[in-house]
Design a protein around this ligand. Structure first.
Ligand SMILES: *Cc1c(COP(=O)(O)O)cnc(C)c1O
Length: 389
């Protein structure tokens, strides 16, 4: 078969604006943690509509700092989704707390408020949720559960730049929201991250902890080299080079989200009525999906055919991915440490084993979506027909 197209799953959108911004920083005196990082934080707050933003070296650093600076540690339990990026759970593990896994909802891939409530024990200190591939969790209900049990809430928003519930951006409901600027995310800085805190005191703590626990910033030192260290800290800063790239990316966020929404709608409508293929999406009009990808879940006769379908899609030039290939309790480290009964996570296993993530990024056009829908439909028809024979 001649390959007619090449549709990569993800492709960073880098322009001359980013290139020039980097050269501008390199021509100046401050390469890290200077004016670019500071401006990026202010512009990020403006883009999402609130909070105190802190640039960090990556999304995992943001998650780690969130739990550490909220004082979560040994003896504490944190309720986490079974279906997520491993970093969501590693951050809990790294501070010495115990992750308590919860299965996700079949239609959205998210933890439900009811499932969270059922997992609360006397040792629960926090909820560490993820907005699955940009589909928002029911934050008003989850915050009620959190208030009832006096729990902290950390929102992993790595794929949720643009995600909203009742118009309020993801990351602004809980104590902290964490974002990632890894190359395939909505915007990139190469590597990079942001923590958004609802309260100034957490922001203050994170600001110190990301830079060795030093009590004053470089700019605040009246006498150079004179400072004190009042608390433990680490180096999780973001450089001005990365921050300058982020500022340019952020200017195109509106366009990026529009293109993703347009592509998602086109692809979803192209798959409507296709038997045994379900699309994960928001469930009501008050919810805004950031459209990281389109997750197609295969059922019935297609359930065991994922590898073959991916192979044929790839052969037709369509790049795909899987979010995520294993529920966390099934990964060797967690499996051996916690020995969870894996049958407790049927929806997570279903998404892990039977879903395909299809591309909807801003590098693609509606025409590409029609092509993907056409190819997938052809493959599905072919496989279901040969099954019946
Ligand atoms: C990418 C991602 C992370 C990790 O972010 P990094 O910037 O790569 O450290 C964490 N959680 C989720 C849900 C992610 O998609």
């Amino acid at each position: 078969m001649t390959q007619t197209r090449k549709i990569p799953f993800g492709k960073p959108w880098i322009t001359d604006a980013e290139r020039n911004a980097v050269l501008g920083v390199l021509a100046g005196d401050v390469l890290t943690h200077g004016p670019q990082a500071h401006e990026f934080e202010k512009e990020f707050v403006a883009a999402i509509g609130g909070g105190h933003a802190l640039t960090l070296s990556n999304g995992t650093a943001a998650l780690h700092l969130a739990y550490w600076q909220l004082g979560i540690g040994a003896g504490d339990e944190v309720i986490v989704p079974a279906q997520t990026h491993v970093a969501t759970v590693h951050a809990v593990e790294v501070v010495g707390a115990r992750p308590v896994f919860v299965d996700c909802d079949r239609l959205t891939g998210n933890m439900t408020p009811e499932a969270i409530e059922a997992a609360v024990t006397a040792r629960t200190r926090a909820i560490g949720l993820v907005h699955f591939v940009g589909i928002p969790c029911d934050m008003p209900a989850i915050m009620k559960t959190a208030a009832k049990h006096d729990l902290r809430v950390v929102e992993d928003c790595a794929l949720a730049l643009g995600t909203r519930w009742d118009g309020v951006h993801a990351g602004l409901f809980g104590d902290a929201g964490t974002f990632s600027f890894y190359p395939v995310k909505h915007i990139t800085t190469g590597d990079g991250g942001m923590l958004v805190a609802r309260h100034a005191d957490l922001a203050q703590k994170v600001s110190k902890a990301r830079a060795f626990g030093v009590d004053r910033t470089f700019a605040e030192r009246s006498v150079p080299g004179v400072y004190d260290v009042l608390s433990l800290g680490i180096n999780y800063r973001l450089s001005d080079i990365n921050s300058a790239i982020g500022r340019e990316q952020l200017k195109r966020l509106g366009t990026i989200l529009e293109r993703r929404a347009r592509n998602f709608a086109a692809l979803k409508s192209g798959l409507t009525g296709l038997e045994h293929v379900a699309v994960l999406d928001v469930t009501a009009a008050n919810q805004t999906n950031s459209h990281y990808c389109l997750t197609a879940v295969l059922d019935g006769p297609l359930a065991g055919q994922r590898t073959e379908i991916i192979r044929r899609l790839n052969a037709a030039g369509v790049g795909t991915s899987v979010y995520y290939p294993h529920p966390i309790p099934r990964l060797a480290y967690y499996r051996e440490k916690y020995r969870e009964d894996l049958s407790r996570f049927p929806n997570a296993a279903r998404i892990s084993d039977q879903s395909i993530a299809l591309p909807v990024g801003p590098h693609l056009e509606v025409d590409d979506m029609n092509y993907i829908a056409h190819e997938l439909t052809k493959i599905v028809r072919d496989l279901t027909c040969s099954k019946k024979n």
